[in-house]
Design a protein around this ligand. Sequence first.
Ligand code: ADP
Ligand code: MG
Length: 250
Amino acid sequence: MIEFIDVSKTFDSVCALRRMNLTIHRGMTTVLIGPSGCGKSTLLRLIIGLIRADSGTVAFDGARIAQENTLSLRTKMGYVIQEGGLFPHLTAQDNVTLMARYLKWDGGRIRQRIDELAGIVRLPVEDLDRFPAQLSGGQRQRVSLIRALMLDPEVLLLDEPLGSLDPMIRAELQTDLKAIFARLKRTVVLVTHDMGEAAFFGDAIVLIREGRIVQAGTVEALVRSPADPFVTRFINAQRNHLSEPGGERA
Ligand code: ADP
Ligand code: MG
């Protein structure tokens, strides 16, 4: 459903992606993992059309993502950026309904969708009257999720959605998120730098290093037949997380 063909992206002198080839399959959860700075967020930004590739093609359902179709494609994608990215001067409710109001949904339809999603992400609807600063980190991420899901997108792009949360809240949201993915059956692309989280969520795992895919496959394949010594080093460095999805980070 989403395809990267020979995609390169350079910022100033930094090469973020080097001739990347990747297929993201419909209905699956694909996890992008790798050390900080390896290009994970850049990949998501290319999919949502916030930035353009220097060379190569990024395609959605066979159509090249370009200036002309970025806006229409964006309504098919929900995006949770690193640290949530809620507008601080808007209430949670105004944050989540921004796009629906822009698209001129009527009030009843918006209300119904909010109620439905608040149930799905397990957020008390009263919390939506608050401003982001008045919510806990976990609540803010639930609000970010409602915002991303508001237009019932085909694809959900999540950039380290649990990265800033403390371990217990994180474990709870991991479990909830997995239930949400199973229920909605959407295509999910989730970024993390935590192997335990990758193993917990990923139907497919894509390990990236310095803008290149080192190996793509299941966790088992990465453990049993590493394509490169880096795969084993990366996994071993986080080994104690593999058996406990909510495990604390070093
Ligand atoms: P990750 O999400 O894996 O931590 P990123 O995709 O954010 O990594 O960044 C990949 C590389 O590109 C890093 O070296 C980062 O510093 C650089 N980079 C990303 N965005 C920009 C930007 N807007 N301007 C300059 N450099 C950038
Ligand atoms: Mg990032």
